[in-house]
Design a protein around this ligand. Structure first.
Ligand code: XBP
Ligand code: MG
Length: 250
């Protein structure tokens, strides 16, 4: 079956954004004088919780606090996350987060071949717009036919909901699309939605379980669109009777 769309995760896949997210979380914590600092080691662990708001809430849940103080801090999560999103945007708009190797080339090749591009991400629309604009310029947003993200679905990755939303909006069955991911959560989400998935891990996600991946690569490097489709949709061997029938009916 033909490949009509490539569906990309954003964080870790289009760009290695997690250090910028981590710095932005810490800046928000500092602004609110909370005295919390997420180190790189902490943050690798914290990435087990998908979604920034959920990540902050799960961190608060583990702090040794009284019930009233815990409630106060949990009520602060939306404001903390809004501030974090603003700080993240500042880093990205400053050009601080480049696309990963091979990403821009593969996006362009896919579009040239008439393949649609889509996004299925846990992060907010504001963060995606900022990253696409900073890395690809004003045409960045227009390159993507569908952007499914953030709180548009109730259950975030590893639930398949965000990939199902992207497929529904594209109007395609999973057999006509491929997913590109960087994390075990993302792979689970895409696979559960029925998608063949290429995984390109980063420092933050490299210890994940990627056994369900269709293909595991360090990055997109020189992988061409045609080659990707050949790997994902290998031509089935033709039996002698099929060959004979094809010949006589040609
Ligand atoms: C990436 C994430 C995101 C970002 C933070 O998940 O977990 O939560 O770290 O973004 P994925 P927000 O790449 O699997 O979509 O703070 O905007 O949620
Ligand atoms: Mg990711």
């Amino acid at each position: 079956m033909s490949v009509e769309a490539l569906i990309f995760d954003v964080d870790g896949t289009l760009a290695d954004t997690e250090e910028a997210h981590r710095i932005a979380f810490n800046s928000a914590f500092e602004q609110h004088r909370l005295g919390w600092t997420w180190t790189r080691t902490d943050y690798r662990q914290l990435l087990e919780v998908p979604g920034g708001k959920e990540r902050i809430a799960s961190y608060i849940a583990l702090l040794p606090l009284g019930a009233a103080e815990r409630q106060r801090l949990l009520a602060l999560v939306p404001q903390l996350h809004a501030d974090k999103t603003r700080f993240y945007g500042e880093v990205v708009n400053d050009g601080g987060v480049p696309l990963r190797d091979g990403v821009e080339r593969l996006l362009n090749e896919a579009l040239e071949q008439g393949c649609h591009l889509a996004i299925a991400s846990t992060t907010t629309a504001a963060n995606i717009h900022a990253l696409l604009n900073a890395t690809l310029g004003p045409r960045g947003l227009d390159m993507f036919a569908v952007i499914a993200c953030g709180d548009q679905v109730r259950a975030k990755k590893p639930a398949p909901d965000i990939y199902r939303l992207a497929l529904d909006t594209l109007g395609l069955p999973p057999e006509q699309a491929l997913a590109v991911e960087d994390s075990a959560h993302g792979l689970r989400a895409a696979t559960a939605a029925g998608l063949w998935t290429l995984v390109t891990p980063t420092f933050w996600t490299q210890d994940g379980d990627f056994r369900a991946a269709g293909l595991l690569l360090p990055d997109l490097g020189e992988l061409g669109f045609d080659e990707l489709v050949r790997i994902a949709r290998p031509a089935r061997p033709v039996s002698p009777v099929q060959a004979l029938y094809r010949e006589t009916t040609r």
